[in-house]
Design a binder for this molecule. Sequence first.
Ligand code: SF4
Length: 322
Amino acid sequence: MLGIPSENSDLAKWRGFYRDNKYPELAETSVIPSKVVDDCGTLKFLLKLSDGLETESVILPIDGFKKKRHTLCVSSQVGCAMGCTFCQTAKLGLLRNLTTAEIVAQWHAAFHALDTKIDNVVFMGMGEPLDNLDAVIPAIEILADNNGPGVASSRICVSTVGRLDGIKELAQLARTNGFKRLSLAFSINAPNDEIRKTIMPLARSVSMEQLREAILLYPRHDCGGVLAEYVLIPGVNDSEGHALELCKYLKPIGCNLNLIPYNPIENNPWEAPSEESIERFIEVAKSTGQFVHRRITLGKDAMAACGQLGNKSLDQPCIVSR
Ligand code: SF4
């Protein structure tokens, strides 16, 4: 059971708990992962919830300029309703939304139980965060509290497949003092609507043009603010023509492109893309002037890489227990 507040109405009272793991009125205040899987430094951990379901989170170590940094990828739901065909989480369907406390508990477990200083928090774990904004926005407020977890809002990023109303609501928060550098990532994953509809059911009701209009209204700052994500799937969206079409679409937005080589999952037809096809796609995109960042694929063995959460490790024994 998570010894953590169920809402943030008494945030000040709980600051000591978040910051120092101390809360005198409760005997049991620890948030201990039920399982931890360590894959060469990438930690995937599960937290057992009061109803028996589990959250999945990943701590990714990234070599920074002077020191190692840690990004915590948090879940906002157990499972997901969006049904993206390249994603393991989609296979669970949506089991339920996480509460604010259950989201912040993932940071608490990473920081206190797993003793890891968290530099960045990304809402890119299980779930579509913009479908659960009632819990996600208060969680962001708690995470960014200087007297609590103290993760700068410029180091928090929320990812969406394209929930238009949610983008508008998050944009309101990103116009508020203290949250003006909150980042938004959008999973585009296709160069056109035709392909997008085959891998992302949401694309049947939200066109790429509508998504671009919503993204263009999201407040920007000098460090970026908006990021496009693209899972590169062999034979689906990885040709030179696709790269050119994608960059043309992204040009008016003027954002970075985060390229994520597809991570194979069970019962899916696709292999991982070859190194040559990844390099070729990046080269073509760069030739248009598009800034491209290749996401390092970490945690494949632990099934902790992008699109792999919500997998068999939920019912398998862990590799490392703490
Ligand atoms: S990619 Fe994201 S939005 Fe799509 S099914 Fe997976 S978790 Fe949900």
